[in-house]
Design a protein around this ligand. Sequence first.
Ligand code: NAD
Ligand code: LMR
Length: 342
Amino acid sequence: ALGRSTSPKSSKSSQMSQNRLKIQASYKVAILGAAGGIGQPLALLVKMSPLVSALHLYDIANVKGVAADLSHCNTPSQVLDFTGTAELANCLKGVNVVVIPAGVPRKPGMTRDDLFNINANIVKTLVEAVADNCPEAFIHIISNPVNSTVPIAAEVLKQKGVYDPKKLFGVTTLDVVRANTFVAQKKNLKLIDVDVPVVGGHAGITILPLLSKAKPSVSFTDEEIQELTVRIQNAGTEVVEAKAGAGSATLSMAYAAARFVESSLRALDGDADVYECSYVQSDLTELPFFASRVKLGRKGVESIISSELQGLTEYEQKALEALKPELKASIEKGIVFGQKEP
Ligand code: NAD
Ligand code: LMR
């Protein structure tokens, strides 16, 4: 997708590869909050996708420059910019995937829930526009607190009569990316081979890596399990503290979000072998929303993989029960907010 330099003699093969890219690129992706810390590197990574024909960048300010800059990359997608609410509807029309990283990030000492008051309103307003303009699109919610913003989005879509639970996703890919990295480092494994499912939600103890289900199968001591689990749960805070007031994870988040976008586009394109962990409406537990591995297809979530919650270790089973009250409260908070009259 990055393209490469070719000698003048190789114009034929270059033409062929251009044609191949042209044929593949057919999906439209919108990023809402595109001028932000996540939005900019995410836009760059999505611009590199051969599956994307148009990249719509929306923010309340500063998006023109980002789009002008990005539009000079010689990859297939056309980049368009949209500023402010007056341009939001046009940004969303005809879009297949909408990614929402709009909102404020944490500072040291804050929980993700401390962002609720500001970000809940932002997500509500943006999802209302999605419902009005591209109700069929896959919606990827990044804005925190994800445990609550996804239920908010669901309520908004229900009120608009367009809720399709198979197409609403809380992006928890970063938890999987972190788990894979930390396990590979700890066990000296080749990164490419490591895949750790992470279930539950996306805050503190609601983030539950299932180390017993890691691939390749790895054995851990009790101490290693405790240390890795806590590190994965606190990895967001690790970055918030290192940035010391300048925000939270942006680059690793953009990487993770781009992976989730690419998986969604492959699923839309008919690839029958696409699996990702995501926070979705779920009947895996008694909670209405729960992150787990799901199979993605053309219509969104094709199935929720229940087998990974079976045969948990005692440690994982206890952690699963322990996370439920917090996740339940965050979901209920989101539902109450989402049901409020404007
Ligand atoms: P940022 O402040 O750098 O960028 C946010 C962008 O949102 C800004 O450009 C801002 O102008 C824009 N924005 C604000 N209100 C808007 C609105 N009404 N419409 C459109 N755009 C609007 O923040 P960031 O570091 O990019 O983080 C964004 C969000 O993502 C935060 O809530 C953060 O907590 C969350 N986050 C989630 C994960 C995850 O794993 N799900 C990971 C990292 C960060
Ligand atoms: C993360 O996990 O990095 C994000 O949710 C941002 C944060 O506040 O930690």
